[in-house]
Design a protein around this ligand. Structure first.
Ligand code: AMP
Ligand code: TRP
Length: 342
């Protein structure tokens, strides 16, 4: 059976980009067709300046939102990365396979490290090695597929390179995974700045729709979206990024094709109005279910406990095999109490 792994970082509140680009597909398609694991990757949230209490809060919220989005613990495994030691264990081995040049070429590293430096801050070493930990997340489970938004393509490519290299040097150990992405909305753009990705850690929230935004807040943000000059509704990502973004969001929410949908509109106003309502309707059940689940933290905690236990059982044999393959001496098996020396 196909094995799927994906994750979301608790660095901010989940956005419409996370939902349309990743989480919705996990819930509606992936968990039904494969043996799937979905992870709140909290170790990744420590790669930039963070507040411990906030990371804890956001991790719980992200897990609750994954369940609210329809991930069913009877069908898939939902867990928190730091609850399973194998991720960090494997990450170190992969650091011994990856190169420093390879890490420095990662677009996300270049962008984020430049941002940290511009703010006068320092860059954590873990920001550089982050893609190796992500590779470990994926390879520990022998995942065949990794459903992610467009921004993660390069990291999944790196994961493939590391898997192939490890296998060639040390013998076949890892499945070589591939990235999959949704047909539309693989890169939802910021409504105020449609040339950059809608990301949860942007300074200003005006261009970001959060999954838990109230309907009126969603309407306001969409109605105020920056559009392009020239009032015609055409789908052209390069020349008309603002309108293209709205058409993609609308298409993703209602089904259909952004290009075809553009023909149905002759003004930006009606396009915005319909997009706003479509987003409100898509988020409504998620928000309602989140409210119920947030009132029952013990249930969410139990799902995460059981998920981590299951995940551990899956990752352990692969990571142990990697330890042996790379040349580390296996610890002696524990004998019966008192054993041979007794
Ligand atoms: P992150 O918030 O970076 O942990 O991302 C979790 C998942 O959501 C990843 O698969 C991302 O590729 C996806 N994602 C994040 N932001 C967007 C966006 N603006 N559009 C589409 N997918 C996104
Ligand atoms: N790096 C991913 C992001 O920023 C999150 C992530 C970490 C992930 N580990 C993963 C995604 C493994 C897929 C598979 O979105």
């Amino acid at each position: 059976m196909t094995r799927i792994f994906s994750g979301v970082k608790p660095t901010g509140h989940l956005t419409l980009g996370n939902y349309l680009g990743a989480v919705r597909g996990w819930a509606e398609v992936d968990q039904h067709r494969a043996d799937a694991l979905f992870c709140v990757v909290d170790l990744h949230a420590l790669t930039v300046e963070h507040d411990p209490a906030r990371v804890r809060r956001l991790s719980r919220q992200a897990a609750t939102l994954l369940l609210a989005s329809g991930l069913d613990p009877e069908r898939c495994t939902v867990f928190v990365q730091s609850h399973v030691d194998e991720h960090a264990r494997l990450s170190y081995l992969l650091e011994c396979v990856a190169t420093d040049g390879e890490m420095r070429r990662m677009i996300q590293y270049k962008e984020k490290s430049a941002l940290e430096r511009a703010r006068g801050g320092s860059v954590r070493l873990s920001l550089l090695t982050y893609p190796v930990l992500m590779a470990a997340d994926i390879l520990a489970y022998g995942a065949d597929e990794v459903p992610v938004g467009e921004d993660q393509t390069q990291h999944v490519e790196l994961t493939r390179d590391l898997a192939v290299r490890f296998n060639q040097r040390y013998g076949h150990t890892f499945t070589v995974p591939r990235a999959t992405r949704p047909e539309v909305a693989a890169r939802v753009m910021d409504l105020q700045d449609p040339t950059s990705k809608m990301g949860k850690s942007h300074e200003s929230g005006a261009g970001i729709v959060y999954l838990l935004d109230e309907p009126d807040a969603v309407r306001k943000k969409v109605m105020r979206a920056v559009t392009d000059s020239g009032g015609e509704v055409v789908y052209d990502r390069g020349a008309r990024p603002g309108v293209a973004n709205l058409l993609e969001i609308l298409a993703a929410c209602e089904g259909g094709d952004p290009e075809e949908l553009s023909g149905a509109y002759d003004s930006y106003g009606t396009l915005k109005k319909d997009t706003a309502e479509a987003v409100v309707e898509v988020l409504r059940p998620v928000r309602e279910r989140h409210k119920e689940l947030a009132a029952d933290p013990a249930y969410v905690e139990e799902v995460l406990r059981a998920g981590a236990e299951r995940a551990r059982g899956m990752a352990r044999p692969t990571v142990d095999a990697a330890y042996r393959a790379i040349g580390l001496l296996p610890p002696a098996a524990e004998g019966p109490a008192g054993g041979a020396r007794g």
